[in-house]
Design a protein around this ligand. Structure first.
Ligand SMILES: [Zn+2]
Ligand SMILES: [Zn+2]
Length: 236
């Protein structure tokens, strides 16, 4: 379609408008330099589960992970979840604004590229949505982030080997026990041809969804799993 082609060409050559302040800028990100610097970067977190850490505990495994090792090796998460990031997530999940999928992929891609040397995962696997939620929303936001991320990192995206069998409630609305029961047996997967994968989600809150999904992937034959997420709230 000529109009789409024209739009893509113009977008490529013209300065982009910042998604936060709407100024035109030369930063290759979807944000201008000032807005990028103002993001709530997550500097100190448990390397295993990504839980917020105090400055003193920098880079040490948190008590929860020491008590019970999660079924994944490490968590990479560029942002802390605050009201600004909450607005991005809202735009992405409920306002069909996929510009934010591109922004999250850019932020995550930089974090990933600065972290791995030669051992990048063989595939990116977005946490699946249940088909009823997929029908309602029309897309899976984690998969949309994954599409950009896969291109930026040249790591294949795989969303065909696994699916969600149970519609679950938002984890933040449940107490501890209900949270664990909420996501148990929520996923299924066909045998996987990978040894090492990255599980991708937009926000990891309690970690229970990521754990349940990783356990399903382990049963499907994956030996090493890393969790990549865009933001983590400062509570557990
Ligand atoms: Zn800006
Ligand atoms: Zn931890």
């Amino acid at each position: 379609m000529p109009l789409i082609w024209l739009k893509k060409t113009l977008n490529h050559w013209l300065p982009q408008a910042c998604v936060l302040c709407h100024c035109y800028h030369a930063n290759p990100m979807a944000l201008c330099d000032e807005c990028e610097a103002s993001l709530p970067w997550l500097h100190h977190s448990c390397p295993r589960c990504g839980a917020h850490q105090s400055l003193m505990a920098e880079d040490t495994t948190c008590g929860n992970c020491l008590l019970e090792a999660p079924p994944y090796e490490q968590t990479l998460c560029p942002l802390s979840y605050d009201s600004t990031v909450g607005k991005f997530i809202y735009q992405l999940k409920f306002n069909h604004n996929l510009l934010y999928a591109r922004l999250f992929a850019q932020l995550l891609s930089r974090r990933v590229q600065g972290h791995y040397h030669t051992d990048l995962p063989e595939a990116i696997i977005p946490v699946p949505l249940h088909r009823s939620r997929m029908r309602k929303r029309g897309y899976n936001q984690a998969l949309e982030i994954g599409r950009y991320l896969s291109k930026q990192l040249t790591v294949p995206l795989d969303y065909q080997h696994c699916w969600r069998t149970k519609q679950t409630k938002a984890q933040a609305q449940l107490d501890f026990k209900a949270r664990q029961g909420n996501v148990s047996r929520a996923f299924r997967a066909r045998p996987m041809p990978y040894r090492h994968v990255a599980v991708l989600d937009d926000v990891v809150t309690t970690g229970n969804t990521a754990k349940a999904f990783c356990q399903t992937l382990q049963k499907a034959g994956v030996k090493r799993i890393d969790v990549w997420c865009c933001a983590r709230p400062p509570f557990d």
